[in-house]
Design a protein around this ligand. Structure first.
Ligand code: DAH
Length: 347
């Protein structure tokens, strides 16, 4: 075969390969193989020295022509393959900016947290400190220091979960009273504190009982604290929580850690005292227990009951929330059902 014929068939073959490939790497491979230093065209150009002077320019010109043609074809093919690759990538990565976004769900604070913070704010405004206690308590602080010695019959009202004979999960927030009293430095002034938190009882859960619920303990100790201070303080709290028109009334009661002890009722915020389903047609809602701190409790915490007196109270935020929002089952607070909880936006 003459050199020209060889070049002609090389051209044909290569043009076919170029149009057959749709792969950029393969295309590059074709370029290297045909036009590279070791490729057939370079070979032909190198062999020119053996040709006659007449043939040389003809074959040389033809070889150059083919080289230029193939170079251009390869470049064209490369450009179009790159364009296809880009279009494919663009098609795959399209982003529809008109699609609605994923909604970020805004949670709310739990309704009980809201109530407790509201009550904390009322007392902080009256100069009280907020003290956190332990949920796992000792029998000593939970009962003994609250004037409930072992075998005291009133312990029956607060049966609990024992971890050992001496360690339990607290049945009320009252142990925080003893823990705070024994640390307080009375040379720096009165002790005024509230302590919110979880408490636990071995109760059978029903609409008004939960084995876990909340309390807010209140305690004030100073010289000359009287029942009048207790009444005035509770009245302020109830008016702030249930409205300025509210009244309170005290009924005699019994708690081992207070003497005298009272049950505190607030006039019904729904009917104003006339009688309705919220107040069970009495006009009054039982809201908390309170009293003057028992001298034994003061003494056990190292406070002289001849010099100091004080009042204490225990309030149930779960009950406040139930009353205020007309929730008739306490278990709703603990079941984490967003359909229930998200109703309390806390604004
Ligand atoms: N600890 C009581 C209870 O759980 C509530 C209580 C009543 C607390 C009277 C007090 C108080 O501080 O003075 O039933």
């Amino acid at each position: 075969m003459s050199l020209q014929a060889q070049l002609e068939s090389l051209k044909k073959e290569t043009l076919e390969k170029i149009s057959a490939t749709d792969d950029l790497a393969q295309l590059n491979q074709i370029r290297v193989e045909t036009l590279g230093k070791k490729g057939p065209i370079t070979e032909v150009l190198r062999g020119m020295k053996d040709l006659s002077p007449e043939e040389r320019p003809i074959v040389g010109g033809f070889a150059n022509e083919i080289r230029d043609l193939l170079t251009a074809e390869i470049e064209n093919r490369k450009v179009s393959l790159e364009a296809v690759a880009l279009n494919n990538a663009l098609a795959k990565e399209t982003l529809d900016v008109t699609l609605p976004g994923t909604k970020v769900y805004h949670g709310t604070r739990h309704v009980l947290t809201q109530i407790m913070e509201e009550i904390e704010d009322i007392f902080i405004g009256m100069g009280y400190q907020v003290v956190e206690g332990f949920e796992v308590e000792s029998d000593h602080y939970n009962f003994e220091r609250m004037n409930l010695p072992k075998d005291h019959p009133a312990r029956d009202m607060q049966d609990t979960f024992y971890i050992s004979d001496e360690i339990l999960i607290r049945t009320h927030t009252s142990p925080v009273q003893a823990r705070t009293m024994e640390k307080h430095d009375f040379s720096k002034g009165a002790l005024r504190m509230i302590s919110p938190g979880k408490v636990f009882r071995r109760d059978t859960d029903d609409a008004t009982h939960s084995h876990q619920f909340h309390q807010i303990e209140g305690l004030v100790i100073d010289k000359n604290i009287t029942m009048g201070d207790l009444k005035g303080t509770l009245e302020v709290m109830m008016k702030k929580m249930f409205g300025e028109e509210r009244n309170i009334r005290l009924r005699p009661s019994y708690f081992p850690f207070t003497e005298p002890s009272v049950e505190v009722d607030v006039s019904c915020f729904k009917c104003g005292g006339e009688g309705c389903n919220v107040c069970k047609h009495t006009g009054w809602i039982e809201i908390l227990g309170a009293g003057m701190v028992h001298p034994n409790v003061l003494e056990m915490s190292g406070i002289d009951p001849e010099v100091y007196t004080g009042f204490a109270f225990g309030l149930g935020p779960d009950r406040v929330a139930m009353l205020r929002y007309g929730v008739n089952d306490i278990r709703n607070f603990y079941q984490n059902d967003l359909r229930f909880l998200s109703q309390f936006k806390g604004e």
